[in-house]
Design a protein around this ligand. Sequence first.
Ligand code: MN
Length: 321
Amino acid sequence: MSDLDTAPVARVCGGREDVSAEPVRDLLNPREVSLGSNTVVRRLLPNLGRRMVGAWAFVDHYGPQDIADESGMQVPPHPHMGLQTVSWLREGEVLHRDSLGSVQTVRAQELGLMTAGRAITHSEQSPVSHPRFLHGAQLWVALPNAHRDTAPAFAHHPHLPQVTAPGLTATVILGTLDGATSPGTIFSPLVGADLTLAEGTETRLPLEPDFEYAVLTMSGVTDVDGVRLDPGRMLYLGCGRADLPLRSVSDSTLLLLGGEPFEEKIVMWWNFIGRSGDEIAEAREAWMSGNRFGTVNGYDGEPTPAPILPDLPLKPRGRTR
Ligand code: MN
């Protein structure tokens, strides 16, 4: 997915100073953002209260949306740099095409993992013939400095490991949870997991005390460490937890995101993650002049032009505002 804000601001994120070393319960509310003409997403990261959770730097939640009589998601070719995109669907299908020649339909509960490295271009759209409902999350992971020039890649993992307990099924999207490891390639210690809870489940999910975590409710209602979390809201949990108490009020699905606090300062603007404003401006110029990022074959339409760069100096402000 693309950040289709018409006037995105550049954000400097990362660094340890605003990571909570102790368990906390900070409720993050979403901001509604229009993607194209017919999709509204709820943006949880970056947020007024928090910019990153581990290396997770971008979290959009969308749907469930009835697209039976609509074209659904239509995101034209756009570039990425310095990050991985994680496409995660609870319902529906998305057709991914990229400048490596990948053409892949990603279905519900399958991982579509794109590593941008230095440069990649992709499009995402609901197939012409698609399921009635679309419900998912689009996530970005910042690449650490040592790996951000890695070769671009796209991987489709239809089968992911699961961890189960009475009333709970956890699907490991990325990283490791309770000894189960996703086949998706990662470049820093992190975890992403989809949690499905039956109504009335009380359980404790094992966590890594060195990681910071957040939980997003995708459907249903669950008390997360005693905080009632409605769909579309995220709870930041800090570090220092060996486990997480969950109690579902109804059948629920949640996303658990965590990781080692990201030490490096990053600059995030539009669909790029870099380390300086100059680097971002250079990437924008390369995209607009048709260089570096390649082209997507088979997409019927024009690529997305980059927004105008903001005329603002970039000031390191840490992970929170
Ligand atoms: Mn994208």
